[in-house]
Design a protein around this ligand. Structure first.
Ligand code: TXA
Ligand code: MG
Length: 336
């Protein structure tokens, strides 16, 4: 990429001064800051409007850098990193004293991930330390999968954006905890619990239905998985319905509606047209990975039409493809 060394040098300068740099990854864009600089991390929470008890992932260039923030590096973490890094897997391990409490929402554990994007790997190497990286969107809103999405959300003076093109994966990393010898998936993603279980040689529970509230709550333990119940959400009201219910969902709705539905099979395309075909329809790829890649841009396109209602056709379940579990998780949180 032309000018890349200069761009990375400028980004490193910004990070060293406690500034923010948005970086591309194979999942979504991240809002980066020096993970060991408390004031810089505080700024990330501020510009995102993120609740302070929702912990951040620390991005690293590999296992060596991960060990700089981990208190211990369990064999499970090593096996998973060896198999899946760089890649869409965040691994939760006990944190050490160098990591400010603000990074982990006050909790004792830290999530680390080595992203698979050449620009960001070069940035991490040049910076020489971990970078926090929540998705580079305003808290609760749809995650960004292009540099333009990031620029829409933040002032250029606050955030330097590294443009690495559209994200190939499209949904956030799988989050797995290996703390205390137990392996549990806390957020589903493109790498599913069964594959993680194969690598670890035992069954791994998928506990991705946990939620935390948008506001701190004394009864929410700090180490609880940090998924917000309402998340990834467009601004317009959105509902998730089975294919046969789309028509009913649209009935009697005044104003513009957008339907987000999968591409039809040949058989369905030749069946009698239902009324909803007359509405604005965003067609999604039929395969789970293609759908995931397109998902957030589609939600943004729908939202940009300022509709009264967005009706999303429920995609297949994980029996068809485990990636549908992660897609459904995002859709459910987008339509709360
Ligand atoms: O793919 C991704 O993971 C993207 C890219 C930029 O790397 N990042 C991302 O970050 O999605 P964020 O902050 O939007 O989501 C991080 C998730 C949240 O659900 C958070 O609660 C959870 O990981 N998490 C982070 N640290 C944790 C910890 N120490 N314990 C439990 N959950 C944690
Ligand atoms: Mg996020």
């Amino acid at each position: 990429m032309d000018g890349q060394p200069e761009l990375i040098a400028a980004a490193v300068t910004r990070l060293r001064a406690g500034g923010l740099v948005a970086f591309p990854t194979e999942t979504v864009y991240g809002l980066g800051a020096d993970a060991l600089n408390e004031a810089a991390v505080k700024r990330v929470f501020e510009v995102k409007g993120r609740p302070g008890h929702n912990p951040l992932i620390v991005h690293v260039s590999g296992e060596e850098m991960a060990k700089q923030v981990a208190l211990t590096w369990p064999e499970d973490a090593h096996r998973l990193a060896e198999r899946f890094w760089p890649g869409p897997l965040s691994i939760i391990v006990p944190k050490n004293g160098r990591v400010p409490g603000i990074v982990t929402g006050g909790g004792p554990n830290v999530a680390v991930r080595c992203p698979s994007h050449p620009l960001t790997l070069a940035l991490l190497e040049a910076f020489g330390g971990g970078l926090v990286g929540p998705s580079a969107n305003v808290s609760g809103f749809v995650s960004p999968t292009t540099a333009a999405h990031v620029r829409e959300a933040f002032d250029e003076r606050d955030v330097l954006v590294l443009d690495g093109g559209p994200c190939a994966g499209g949904i956030e990393s799988t989050v797995v905890s290996v703390v205390g010898g137990k392996a549990r998936v806390l957020r589903s993603g493109l790498i599913d619990a069964a594959v993680i279980g194969e690598v670890l040689g035992r069954v791994v529970e998928c506990a991705d239905t946990g939620t935390i509230s948008a506001t701190p709550n004394a009864s929410t333990p700090a180490e609880s998985p940090g998924q917000l119940s309402s998340h990834y959400a467009p601004r317009a009201k959105a509902v998730l319905v089975e294919a046969g219910e789309i028509e009913a969902a649209l009935r009697n709705v005044q104003g513009e509606c957008v339907v987000i539905a999968r591409e039809e099979t040949d058989a369905a395309a030749h069946s009698p047209e239902s009324n909803w075909h007359a509405r604005h329809v965003i067609r999604m790829p039929r395969d789970a990975r293609g759908y995931a890649r397109r998902l957030y841009a589609a939600l943004r396109e729908a939202d940009a039409m300022h509709p009264t209602l967005i009706v999303i056709q429920m995609p297949p379940d994980e029996k068809v493809d485990p990636v549908w579990r992660a897609v459904r998780d995002r859709l459910k949180r987008a339509t709360v």
